[in-house]
Design a protein around this ligand. Structure first.
Ligand SMILES: [Fe+2]
Ligand SMILES: [Fe+2]
Length: 260
């Protein structure tokens, strides 16, 4: 009889050591009635403790944004062609990536919602709710910095939903292996972008804000990755193969989105 060694240790990825104090799931998010994002999801209200809150609808009891915050969220500074290229790629790829994440969790939620595993359904729902904040923020950033969205939007929606639903049909562990692979690539990708932003940029408040938002979202993805590992992603059938295929697909999608 074949036996399988449970793989419960997380691979030592360098960016995992970065501070993990932030989590988008500290409290259930509240959503703006009737408002929807470009990924066809609800728009969450701002949580004042998070950098991205300045891009989200403010709750009634929130203090108004300061003049500096309004500048940071509505103006795009003049950029050199090189700086422009960096900002364009960051925002286009991240908006597309967050669209994909929303549709992966939508697909997983649709499948788990049909079954009796309420715990996994709730875990997937919570991660999806975190992704709603990400896409709502990038919808604002893409307008603010006048970045062209990817032309591959409809393709990514269909592929991401299929990936989410397909892995959920294979079971909870396969769904979590999908989350682990995707969030690892996206987390590393956010980290690479943060390095790109270390190049010289104009002294405009939108740039440090973008840096804070990317840091917040990278930490959210790290939290999703940890959730997947805690929920037995590494015990999925054909884990190594599944992870390699999904991570490879994500990297290809990122490269395609940078260009198209
Ligand atoms: Fe995300
Ligand atoms: Fe995520």
């Amino acid at each position: 009889m074949l036996s399988r060694t449970p793989r419960t240790l997380v691979r030592p990825v360098a960016w995992r050591v970065i501070s993990r104090s932030h989590s988008s799931h500290a409290a259930p998010p509240a959503f703006v009635p009737g408002a929807s994002t470009s990924a066809d999801t609800e728009v969450p209200y701002a949580d004042a403790t998070q950098a991205s809150s300045v891009y989200l609808p403010q709750p009634k009891d929130a203090s108004p944004l300061t003049a500096e915050q309004i500048r940071a969220t509505t103006e795009s500074p003049p950029l050199t062609p090189r700086q422009r290229e960096i900002i364009d790629k960051i925002i286009r790829v991240d908006q597309a990536g967050e669209l994909g994440a929303n549709y992966i969790y939508r697909g997983q939620r649709a499948v788990f919602g049909l079954g009796s595993d309420r715990k996994t359904t709730q875990i997937v729902q919570d991660m999806w709710d975190g992704e709603k904040k990400h896409i709502a923020t990038f919808d604002k950033l893409i307008t603010q910095h006048d970045v062209r969205p990817t032309a591959l939007y409809p393709l990514w929606k269909a592929m991401a939903f299929g990936l989410g639903a397909g892995t959920a049909i294979l079971g909870k562990r396969a769904a979590m292996a999908c989350t682990e692979a995707v969030e690892t690539v996206i987390g590393e990708h956010y980290n690479d972008q943060l390095k790109d932003l270390k190049e010289e940029f104009p002294g405009h408040p939108s740039i440090p804000l973008l840096e804070k938002v990317l840091t917040e979202f990278r930490d959210d993805e790290l939290h999703h990755l940890d959730t997947a590992v805690e929920n037995e992603s590494q015990q999925a059938p054909a884990y190594a193969l599944l992870s390699a295929i999904i991570a490879g697909g994500c990297r290809l999608a990122i490269e395609a989105t940078k260009r198209v």
